[in-house]
Structure formats: C-alpha cells, structure tokens
Design a protein around this ligand. Structure first.
Ligand code: PLP
Length: 428
C-alpha cells in the first residue's frame, strides 16, 4: 500500500531546506527531496523524517566534486586530483574568484599584462630561467613548445622516451598533433649522443628529452644526459614532468627544473602540480629566445590559464610548503606515531585496528619505483566500501585481505576526521 506523504513543495517549505536551496540551488535540493519522498512511499522513511534525511545527504557544494581523504599511500594520486592545494593557494583562489586585477594595473587604471604575479613568482623561484610562461597543463606546455619550435620540422627523440603519460595519451602523438615529425633515435633500452648527432639535419626543430616519470627501465641501459646533449647545435627541450624546482633529497633520480637548465637545457616543460604541489598547469622555463616565440604563438591563447590557476600557482610558489612537499618531508617516525594514535583511538572504541608499516609511493607525480617509508592503520577490508560512501569519503587500499589507511597523504589536521569516519563506518 502506498503511504501518504507530503507534496514536494510542502517539504521544500522547511526553512532549513530553503536555506540549503539558497546555498546550493533549488534543483539539487528538489531532487534530494523527491528521492527521500520515494523512500517514504515505500516505507523506508517516516514522512516526518524526510527533511532530516534530505539535509543529511545534500552535497557540500553545488558541484559533484567533493573533498576526499586520500589514505591510499600514493602522495600524488591522479584519480584523486593529483596535488592538494596549500591553504595559501586555496585562500588565493577564493580571493581571485570574483572581480580581480588579473589584467589590470590598479595604480594607473590601465590594462596590464595578464598573470604577471604568477610569472614573477615562478621567475623568482627559478633564477636559472631567462623567461617563463604558464599554460593549462604539462601536455599543453609541450604542445606549445612543439608548435612554436618544430611545426613542419623534426623532433629528435629517443625510442626509450616515447612515453604514454596516462589515460591513453602518448607524447609522440602529442608532438605529431602539434605539427612536428618524429625522428626516433636509439633503441628501447639504449641511446647515445652519437645517435642524436647523426639524426640532426636542417629539418631539426629541437631535440627532446622526456623523463619517464611513470616507469623504470633496469638492466643493460644507457641514456644521454642533458649536459651531453647541450653540445648539439639545436635547441634542447626537456620534459621533466613533475615540476620539481630543485633537487629533492628523498628523490635522487627525479630531474628538477633548476638542474636541467644549469646543465644546458634551452627549455624545460613540466606540470605545475605533481611534485611542485600547485594547481594543475603547465610551465615553460628557459632561454628568452625559446620561451618568447612560444608565448607569442597563436596557440598560446588557446592554452591560456584562468585567473584561479594563476592565483593558486603564485600562492604555491610564494607561500608556505604545499602539502605534497610537506608529506615528502615528514619523517617515517612521525608517520608511525600518527598511525599509532589513530589506531589507539579506534581500538578504544572496539574497532579491529592495528598500526602497520607501509611502503608508500609518490605516484602519478613522478619518482617511479621510489618507496617511501610510511605507516597505516590496518582495518577489516569490509570497511572499504562504507568508508568510500562516508562524508567525507575515505579512500584506502586493500592489501592481503586488510584495508590499509596510509597516513602519508593525509593532512595531520584531518587525523581526527579520519578517526570519526572509521568509527561511523564501523558502526553501520
Ligand atoms: C605528467 C607528465 C606530462 C603531462 O602533464 P599534465 O600536466 O598531466 O598534462 C607530460 N610529460 C611527463 C614526463 C609527465 O610526467
């Protein structure tokens, strides 16, 4: 039998739901009310529980992207948005969200060059670069460099560096789509300076070196360094991928922008999130004679960054240590203590939890094969689904029948939120 339930408009009249509609828009609240009323009709809910049920399930914002606790042990998790922004970057985004002086000089009242703040911050962070330019993402940086320096010409690249960067996208196809022809040199495992030298011709646009940021080749291998390539009489472009500004003690194999430029690269292209820890964007840094033409190329307009990205990038570069760098700087003993404290709180509430040491990873950001000593809370694997459905959702990883919640990529300020989330999931 169908139960008598109130009309949608009647429920929407609840002052709490009116306030929610003012915040989220009427359609989101209305859809939630309809869903709850359907459940009331089947007897799953009592009619007077409908407003409360709607309030409990309304999203935090009018967008479907929601905050997630990254307990995967992968610091830069591609599917979870790569680098989390620093509080300084979030505040900068908030400030720039309305009308803002992105292209306006407040002193003179005249139009100003767009994004000077971010550009100056980047130039200050990498004094080795004569000029810098910011675009939408790392792939855009490489596409723009190719269009500006090698359209209708050849890009010389090692076979072992013809990388697929993820989601089916491949560097060689990107270069071709930007109008260049590929000139492959070397073999899968080995390439020498002589291979590059033999491939050069008047048709050469540039020599490209790509950092294999998501795999490692071991065994009988040979690569050619930027310092060696720099002797060739053509521009050297180095796609380093990760955005690392300078060498990192925990990631000795990972290339960085400053070292690449000092070694003689004419242009470095990279993402601005990953290990740099900012918003996703793409950076071009290097000689003025190379960056300038890229900035002035017509495609630059199509790859232009928006004000929110510029604000976040500048604040990342000028502000305190962003979360990715902070996670990499935390010593394993501190991570172990956090896992122990979280476990103790959960165990006191009767949850089957124990602290375990783990090997965490940098992830999509680079440093393939590097294991970071970390720590996790080990839980029954049945909690995985319930934790993902929680608010905020928690994403861990299942290993040998246990759910591991690794603390390395969790902001220490969220440890108590994590405890609450596990308690709630264990209670259901
Ligand atoms: C990640 C990466 C890219 C692509 O950068 P996006 O910001 O994802 O577009 C290109 N090259 C390398 C070597 C990378 O690691």
């Amino acid at each position: 039998m169908r139960r008598r339930v109130p009309a949608t408009t009647e429920v929407l009249g609840d002052p709490r739901l009116q306030a929610a509609a003012a915040r989220l828009g009427r359609s989101i609240v209305k859809d939630a009310v309809r869903g709850a009323l359907d459940r009331a009709r089947t007897g799953e809910l009592l009619a007077d529980q409908v407003p409360q049920a709607v309030l409990a399930e309304l999203p935090a914002t009018a967008a479907s992207l929601q905050r997630v606790l990254n307990a995967t042990g992968v610091v830069v998790h591609t599917n979870l948005g790569r680098a989390p922004l620093s509080a300084a970057a979030v505040a900068a985004v908030q400030e720039a969200a309305g009308a803002t002086n992105v292209e306006f000089d407040l002193a003179t009242g005249q139009r100003a060059r767009r994004g000077d703040g971010a550009r100056n911050a980047l130039a200050a962070a990498v004094p080795e670069a004569e000029d810098v330019h910011v675009v939408n993402n790392g792939a855009a940086a490489l596409a723009l460099a190719t269009a500006a320096l090698a359209a209708g010409r050849e890009v010389v690249v090692a076979r072992g560096e013809m990388v697929e960067i993820g989601d089916g996208f491949r560097i060689p196809e990107l270069l071709e789509s930007a109008g260049a022809r590929l000139r492959e040199v070397g073999t899968t495992n080995r390439v020498h300076l002589a291979d590059y030298a033999a491939a050069l011709s008047p048709a050469t646009g540039f020599v490209l070196k790509v950092h294999p940021s998501n795999f490692v080749v071991r065994g009988f291998t040979a690569t050619t360094t930027v310092a060696e390539l720099a002797d060739l009489a053509v521009p050297i472009v180095y796609d380093i991928g990760s955005g690392l500004l300078r060498p990192h003690p925990r990631l000795p194999e990972e290339p960085d922008i400053a070292s690449a430029l000092r070694a003689g690269a004419d242009l470095v292209t990279t993402s601005g999130d990953k290990l740099l820890g900012g918003p996703q964007c793409g950076l071009l840094l290097g000689r003025a004679a190379v960056v300038g033409p890229a900035r002035r190329h017509p495609l630059a307009r199509a790859l232009r960054t928006d004000k929110l990205t510029l604000a976040a990038l500048e604040a990342t570069l000028r502000g305190p240590l962003p979360p990715v760098a902070a996670a990499l700087a935390t010593d394993p003993a501190t991570l172990a203590q956090r896992a122990e404290r979280i476990t103790a709180e959960l165990a006191a509430g009767g949850v089957d939890a124990e602290p375990v040491p783990t090997a965490a990873a940098v992830g999509g950001g680079g440093a393939p094969g590097v294991q970071l000593s970390s720590a996790a809370v080990s839980l029954p694997s049945a909690l995985a689904t319930r934790l993902r459905a929680g608010m905020p959702p928690v994403v861990g990883r299942v290993e040998r029948g246990r759910l591991l919640l690794d603390v390395i990529a969790i902001d220490p300020g969220d440890d108590d939120t994590l405890v609450d989330a596990v308690r709630a999931a264990a209670k259901d």
